[in-house]
Write a protein that binds this ligand. Structure first.
Ligand code: RP5
Length: 173
């Protein structure tokens, strides 16, 4: 098993679907991670302790997903100098705007890098963590470049398919 270098914290097990894409990306890149349910409000002492111990435990980046009044990223960032990436989770009645502002509106001095809400945010947070790790890992940097190339090829293949579909349907005549 790969050494766990990314910590993925979620405020509730109900946040899991937002992070599933991140777990798949870490697996694809061979990046070891540890996921935990830890809440800034419901388990404040455990969350703070995890953050304070994270660097010594070998983690290099911490992802935090939470919804509503999402203080997890801020609380974790307050207890570590490791980079913290916040993933807002959408919930009723404000559809993630509440969590987005909670993550993004950190006071100067304690940054939390915030991605978009939802599954896209989960995936981008994983890729951003890998970009950070790749700064000191040429093999990982190469995998990121290959990932981008594959992604571009998929878009170009979709474009070619679209051209063919429109041609076949007679829209270009
Ligand atoms: C937040 O409250 C969690 O991150 C979750 O998004 C939201 C609701 O939690 P549950 O009531 O589903 O446990 O702390």
């Amino acid at each position: 098993m790969a050494k766990e270098v990314v910590a993925v914290l979620m405020g509730s097990k109900s946040d899991f679907p937002v992070l599933e894409g991140a777990f798949k990306i870490f697996k694809e890149f061979g990046v070891g991670f540890k996921a935990r349910v830890l809440s800034a409000h419901r388990t404040p002492e455990e969350a703070a302790k995890f953050a304070a111990d994270a660097e010594g435990a070998g983690f290099r980046v911490i992802l935090c997903a939470a919804g509503m009044a999402a203080h997890l990223g801020g609380v974790v960032a307050a207890h570590t100098t490791l980079p913290v990436v916040g993933i807002p989770v959408a919930s009723e009645p404000f559809h993630g705007m509440d969590a987005l502002f909670s993550f993004v509106q950190m006071p100067p001095g304690i940054p939390v890098a915030t991605v978009t809400a939802g599954k896209a945010g989960g995936r981008n947070a994983a890729l951003y963590a890998i970009e950070i790790l790749a700064l000191g890992d040429p093999g990982l940097a190469e995998k990121l470049k290959a990932y981008r190339r594959k992604q571009a090829e998929q878009v170009l293949a979709a474009d070619a398919e679209l051209q063919q579909d429109l041609e076949d349907a007679g829209y270009y005549r």
